[in-house]
Every structure is written in C-alpha cells, then in structure tokens.
Design a protein around this ligand. Structure first.
Ligand SMILES: Cc1ncc(COP(=O)(O)O)c(C=O)c1O
Length: 389
C-alpha cells in the first residue's frame, strides 16, 4: 500500500453530492454511498478533451452502421486480450451492456426456455430472463474458504431439454472472481456437450488486479465454443463513464450478432455521438489513467482486506481479483433479514442488498470501494461500529 498523496485522496463529498449524481443523492445527505458501481473519480483527461472536441465539431448522427474507427480500435484491443481473428461483422455497438444481456436472451431463446446462470449475480442477469418470459435456472456458486467457485456438478444436474443459454459474468460481479483457464475450459466442455449458447459479460475485464489469475476471454477457449458465444463489453466500468451509455456485442460467429441486432432493431437506440468519442479516447489515450486508477483501487482493496481481517473477522469476505466491489457475508448478523436497511439506519452507509443478487443471498451486501482512502476508511468504520454494536 502506498502512503504518497494521490489526487484521488481529495475526493470530496460536497463536490459529488449534486443532482446529476444518482449514487450520491439517492439516500440522505448523512449517508455515505458505497453502492452502485460508479467510481468517485473524475474521468481520464484524454476523455475530457476528446468530448470537448466532439462537442465543438458536431453531435449529429454518429456513423450509424457502427463507427469504423472504434470498431478497429476495439478489435485490436480484444486481440491483445486474447480474442483474435474477429471481423468487423462480428462487432456491433449497443447503448450499453445490459441491453446486450436482454437482446441475447430474446434472440437466442424462446419464451418458456430456460436460461442458466450462476448466483450470486449482477441483478440484470436475473431480470433479463424473468422480464422476458424465460425461466431462470440459477445455480449457486460454491462458497469455499478460499473463495467462490463454479459448482460443475450442480450445473450438470440443472440441465433440462429446455436449457438453451448460459449467462456468464467474467470477471464476476459481485464476487470479483476472474475465472481461470481451467474453470473456463470445463465450462466450455459443458456448453458444447449441452449445445448451449453463451452470453459472456466481460465488462469488468480491464479492472484486473496485479495478483489476479491470467484473464482468458471465454470465447478464446476454443473455436467451437466461440461459434456459440456472444461477448459483451464496454468502457463504463474501467473508465467510469456509465452516464455515456455504450457497449458492444462481439462474436466469431457474425450470424449471432446479426440475430441479436435483428431482434432489437428499432427498439434499441444507437449509441450517442459522445459515447462513441468517449470510448475512442479511452482506447487511444486512457491507458495511463487506467493503470494509475487500478493501482489506487488495488491499494483500497488491500486496505479493506486488512480492515476486515482486523476489525470484522466474523464477516466472511474474499478479496476480489478484479473490480472495485467487495461481497461481504453478514448472514450471521441478528439483522441479516434486513441488513441493507439496518446499515442505512444505524451506520448511515448505503450498500447494495444481497437479496437482489439472487435467491439465498439475503444477508450479504456489496460494497463499492472506488473512492478516496479517507472515505473508504470512514465507510468501513461506520460498518464495523454498527455491526459490532
Ligand atoms: C457485470 C455488469 N454488466 C453490465 C453493467 C452495466 O452496463 P451498462 O451500464 O453498459 O448497461 C454493470 C454495471 O455495473 C455490470 O457490473
């Protein structure tokens, strides 16, 4: 952990608690918000200046078939990540990653089909299925002492003739797991055996910590599995730009991308001009900012881990390998049944409620540690005081 001053050390509640900021205004002024996945940091200078340039040039329709510069940048970036040989037809832009989750369910399954996912999970994985008349087939991860792992036996047992699609989150929100190559190989074998389609949300991939396992995109596991896989990604987690909605759906099988596009044609808006410029700037000039931000986040994660071990050893927690989210197990607390409300009232701390991450996760909370060290310490002290009282 570094003791040197960093500009992020001076993040101030007063500058964040303004009407444009959902994270900082949903709860009362006395509440410290450590919930929705926004970072409390300003955007990269490269993004800021590119946006200013775009505003002074034009905000007319962007390149409607999909900005060719951004496509080329993204294909090059994904190749570096291990997802090589993508073509322009295998990439299409979307107004966000969640729309891609919904589109995949709509295009690759029928009403009444089952969609398989592992829980706990980012809540839209659940709603993309249930909102659209599909049946949720949720398999719990194994809670081991060393962290969260796939339950392959339970996945196998969950398969029925109606199971058509697997939704994967890699790295995983909320546990912060970066699935290993061997876990992904086992998953790929399972997918091929049962002829499933896969939608893999890899939005958090650029937020891997230095001690994470090597990142392998799921579609890079084999050409066979790539033919059945849609990968979703976007800039919003790594570059803190969720208000400028944009995402991409990617596949080595362009027919799958075309299928998703066709299903949502006319109902899904195009990504905004500013979002296209923002993502271009992130990919061309954001690397240094991202590396520095990631270092800060990793030091925050380590601070949090030390704090939890020292002050709250009774609260199981596995340090995330990626992302700025900590998944805390407060099931043994007397107020586990309404833990989020308890922490709001008693700690004046806003965290995400485990209940929304799938059945059986009441009593967990998700804490966003992408803030200044000082505010993180404040939040953790509020948590410890309320939990120990
Ligand atoms: C795994 C995951 N997917 C998607 C999103 C949201 O993506 P978007 O805002 O581009 O729809 C989030 C936001 O936190 C997320 O964690």
């Amino acid at each position: 952990m570094t003791n040197t001053a960093h500009p992020y050390d001076t993040v101030l509640p007063d500058s964040l608690r303004h009407a444009d900021n959902y994270k900082w205004t949903k709860f009362g002024d006395d509440v410290l918000p450590m919930w929705v996945a926004d970072m409390d940091f300003p955007v990269a200078p490269a993004i800021l200046s590119a946006l200013q340039g775009r505003l002074s040039r034009s905000v007319g329709y962007p390149q409607m078939p999909g900005d060719p510069t951004l496509k080329a940048q993204l294909i090059a970036k994904l190749a570096k990540d291990g997802l090589s040989d993508l073509t322009s037809e295998g990439v299409a832009f979307l107004p966000g990653v969640v729309p891609g989750l919904y589109a995949a369910v709509q295009a690759l399954t029928e009403v009444g089909d089952e969609v398989l996912t592992v829980t706990p999970t980012y809540p839209p994985f659940l709603s993309a299925t249930t909102d659209q008349g599909r049946v949720l087939n949720a398999v719990k991860l194994i809670e081991g002492k060393a962290g969260w792992t796939m339950d392959f036996a339970a996945l196998e047992a969950a398969i029925t003739p109606k199971t058509k699609l697997l939704m994967l989150c890699h790295p995983h929100n909320p546990t912060g797991r970066v699935w290993t190559r061997s876990e992904l190989e086992q998953l790929a074998e399972f997918v091929l055996k049962h002829k499933l389609y896969v939608v893999t949300d890899e939005l958090h991939a650029d937020l891997r910590f230095s001690d994470a396992p090597d990142y392998v995109p799921f579609a890079a596991i084999s050409p066979e599995v790539a033919q059945r896989t849609i990968t979703l990604t976007g800039p919003c987690k790594a570059y803190n730009t969720a208000g400028l909605s944009i995402g991409a759906m990617i596949s080595h099988n362009p027919d799958l991308v075309a299928k998703l596009e066709k299903t949502t044609h006319g109902t899904m808006g195009h990504p905004s001009a500013l979002s296209v410029t923002m993502w271009q700037a992130a990919l061309s000039g954001g690397a240094e900012w991202l590396a520095d931000t990631l270092k800060y986040l990793q030091a925050n994660r380590d601070f949090l881990s030390e704090f939890m071990a020292r002050e709250l050893p009774q609260v199981p927690y596995t340090p995330p390998e990626a992302t700025y989210l900590a998944w805390l197990d407060l099931r043994s607390h007397p107020r586990a049944a309404d833990i989020q409300q308890f922490l709001l009232e008693e700690a004046k701390l806003a965290l995400n409620d485990g209940l929304t991450f799938g059945e059986g996760y009441q009593g967990f909370v998700r804490l966003n540690f992408a803030t200044s060290r000082e505010l993180l310490q404040d939040g953790l002290e509020r948590l410890a005081k309320a939990v120990k009282a």
